[in-house]
Design a protein around this ligand. Structure first.
Ligand SMILES: NC(=O)c1ccc[n+]([C@@H]2O[C@H](COP(=O)([O-])OP(=O)(O)OC[C@H]3O[C@@H](n4cnc5c(N)ncnc54)[C@H](OP(=O)(O)O)[C@@H]3O)[C@@H](O)[C@H]2O)c1
Length: 343
């Protein structure tokens, strides 16, 4: 690696430290920042908000040296190696696009964008610029989830026939909440349903058929959604998400020779149980010393140091395929966002 590459933030400082810039100051930005600043080899050097006061308050809270009252300052900061986009989904395309245009690698929160058209534009931009881009699908970086996929690939449960997964929160989320606003990509699907869909597609790939039904809010976003995905192989996935019901938020993968059960919070599990036909259940855990958000940050930093523009754990094709499924579900249930009209 050349010193020039290093200055451009392709791989962090010469001492191997990756310097993060945080874009937005909401709930997940705070969780991520708190986790990343405790990691060896990571530093949070700047934060940006739409308001100077919010950037400053966030910087004070997490001891961040620089605070910007607009996104442009952050993406132009030569000390920022990678930008973490933590806005609502509606701003992912604009914020990640701005960072990529400025030559910065990007980790972008889920759902990746509002629709697959926007996701395709971001991927094309990153590829054109030769820059790293990854959806913050932290579930894919979990060592427990990776152990599960290895076992499935090794045939531990035979041929996968069905996946069940759900993610529901009881709320209530009032009409003023971003989850109720179509312009912000509101609804259960993009915030919560993205996990069961990403989980099923991690195991079975992009589905050949998508069916869905949903209860919509007066604003026109989905509040309670059921999905049935089908594959030519005969495999199926039965998935649900809700912002009006606290569902168990568990997952089960069943094959011709057994099943794997993930506990509540299946997207960030500490363990799972493997039931092989005719044998005692096996509990699987993986010790890593990292938390959920730290696994994804570690993967980003590994990729940057290795000069990789895409993570093999969270491939861009996979994020695009998930966005196509979310588009199809929205089409089936009649949820349209203003941005879809531009398509
Ligand atoms: N990985 C996870 O576990 C996880 C968990 C929760 C959420 N998320 C994802 O993270 C994203 C943010 O969720 P959150 O719960 O952190 O939301 P949030 O608490 O509402 O924060 C979002 C932040 O984005 C900025 N923002 C608000 N409205 C905006 C707009 N119209 N345009 C541009 N920026 C705006 C605000 O920061 P400023 O005022 O500083 O601009 C706000 O604080 C969503 O995409 C969500 O799906 C991920």
């Amino acid at each position: 690696m050349t010193a020039e590459q290093d200055r451009n933030g392709v791989a962090g400082t010469g001492d191997g430290t990756t310097r993060w810039g945080i874009l937005a100051t909401g709930g997940i930005a705070a969780t991520f920042t708190a986790d990343v600043r405790r990691m060896a080899g990571a530093e949070v050097v700047a934060v940006a908000s739409r308001s100077e006061a919010s950037a400053k308050a966030f910087a004070d809270r997490f001891d961040i040296p620089r605070a910007y009252g607009d996104w442009a300052g952050l993406v132009a900061d030569p000390d920022v190696d990678v930008v973490y986009v933590a806005t609502p989904h509606s701003a992912h395309r604009a914020a990640a696009g701005l960072a990529l245009e400025a030559g910065k690698p990007v980790l972008c929160e889920k759902a990746f964008t509002l629709n697959s058209r926007e996701a395709g534009e971001l991927v094309a931009l990153a590829q054109e610029r030769g820059l790293f881009l990854m959806e913050a699908m932290w579930m894919y970086c979990s060592p427990v989830i990776r152990r599960m996929t290895e076992l499935i690939a090794d045939g531990a449960i035979g041929e996968v026939r069905t996946v069940q997964a759900d993610f529901g929160l009881q709320g209530p989320f009032g009409p003023e909440h971003r989850l109720r606003d179509p312009a912000l990509g509101g609804g259960a699907l993009l915030d919560l349903g993205v996990y069961p869909v990403s989980f099923a597609q991690l195991i079975l790939g992009e589905p050949d058929r998508v069916q869905a039904d949903a209860l919509l809010s007066p604003e026109g976003v989905d509040l309670n959604t059921g999905m049935l995905l089908g594959w030519e192989s005969g495999a199926t996935a039965l998935l649900s998400c809700s912002v009006t019901a606290g569902t168990p938020s568990t997952a089960t993968v069943t094959g011709t020779a057994g099943r794997i059960e993930l506990p509540s919070g299946f997207f960030a599990p500490d363990a799972f149980v493997l039931h092989r036909d005719g044998r005692e259940p096996e509990q699987h855990t993986v010790e890593s010393g990292l938390t959920g958000m730290q696994h994804e940050a570690a993967e980003v930093m590994r990729c940057l140091r290795a000069g990789e523009t895409e993570s093999p754990l969270v491939p861009l094709d996979g994020s695009l395929a998930v966005m196509r499924t979310l588009d199809a579900v929205r089409e089936r249930v009649g949820v349209r966002y203003p941005v879809d009209e531009a398509a």
